[in-house]
Design a binder for this molecule. Structure first.
Ligand code: ATP
Ligand code: MG
Length: 285
């Protein structure tokens, strides 16, 4: 018994050295129900993910790119502990993910704000859920800083229906950042933003990640955005999603959008990823 315990501890320590999130042999096949004689019958339906293996290095920024429907959101939801894999396992700091975890901040593809709460109440609520208690005045003030950081000063007391889609998305980002996450899971967080706000928030996100040292899983369809932000990019095949290849983005940090986007390395990575994704999309049509 002591031996097994020691082994587990050693595993956790080994994982904590360089790896923050470890995805081991993750497969996901969704169940589907059909009408039966007396009750509905459940069978396996869509195979979303097949045999995903990937280690997210501690404090790294990893983007996931892949054709629509290849299982990116499904993978993020598994890492977040919102759904279970059919087989395989995700560990964070060596501990198996068995449900939503304190310290993991999430920005969803479809924002999911509480419509009956104001902007600041939405942001406070995520922190209260994370801490399992109410917030002190100082903690509320700290949370308001994130609202200002995403450019929503003056809208603290607005309700979601009074905001544009891009503004709602920014509340979602503030809400995730306000819990000071050590793991930040972002599903197309800038998808609904106009091009200029998107560029500004990309820079803000880079600064925040450097200041707070979170391990980030970032899903996007934008190849340039992925290269600009990431240390590594995971490129997935069409459904069932498998990892096609992983690119190390060997561009120095801090990055400046204008310099990076004209760097020959940037252009080489972009054409490699675009060729791979184009093949996946063309073959699917
Ligand atoms: N709850 C569910 N029940 C059944 N099938 C699902 C469920 N969620 C996702 N799927 C299926 O799993 C596959 C992967 O979906 P997922 O949302 O992960 O794709 P995605 O890569 O995020 O796509 P997009 O880029 O369009 O957001 C799709 O075929 C989808 O229909
Ligand atoms: Mg998705």
């Amino acid at each position: 018994m002591a031996y097994i315990g020691a082994g587990l501890l050693a595993g956790a320590q080994a994982a904590s050295a360089g790896t923050k999130i470890s995805v081991n042999g993750v497969c996901k096949q969704f169940l589907q129900s059909q009408p039966g004689w007396f009750t509905r019958q459940w069978t396996y339906g869509t195979e979303a993910l097949r045999e995903i293996n990937f280690d997210f290095p501690r404090d790294s920024f990893v983007s996931v790119l892949g054709p629509s429907g290849c299982g990116k959101t499904t993978l993020l939801r598994i890492v977040a502990g919102l759904i279970e894999p059919t087989s395989g396992q995700v560990t964070i700091d060596g501990a198996a993910v068995a449900g939503p975890r304190r310290g993991s901040g999430m920005v969803f593809q479809y924002i999911g704000l509480f419509p009956w709460r104001t902007v600041e109440e939405n942001v406070f609520f995520s922190q209260e859920m994370n801490l399992h208690r109410g917030l002190s005045a100082a903690e509320r003030e700290a949370a308001r800083r994130f609202i200002r950081m995403v450019g929503l000063q003056g809208f603290e007391n607005a309700y979601p229906h009074q905001l544009s889609g891009g503004m709602q998305q920014r509340v979602g980002i503030a809400r995730a950042l306000a819990i000071s996450p050590d793991v930040l899971l972002m599903d197309e967080p800038f998808g609904a933003l106009d091009a200029q706000t998107r560029l500004v928030l990309q820079d803000e996100l880079l600064k925040i990640c450097e200041a707070y040292r979170a391990t980030v899983m970032f899903i996007t369809h934008d190849i340039d955005e992925a290269i600009y932000l990431s240390d590594q990019i995971v490129v997935m095949s069409r459904r069932p999603g498998m990892i096609k290849f992983v690119v190390d983005v060997d561009l120095p940090k801090p990055r400046y959008a204008h310099d990076v986007r004209s760097d020959p390395k940037f252009l080489a990575i972009r054409s490699r990823i675009w060729n791979a994704l184009r093949d996946e999309i063309v073959e699917a049509i």
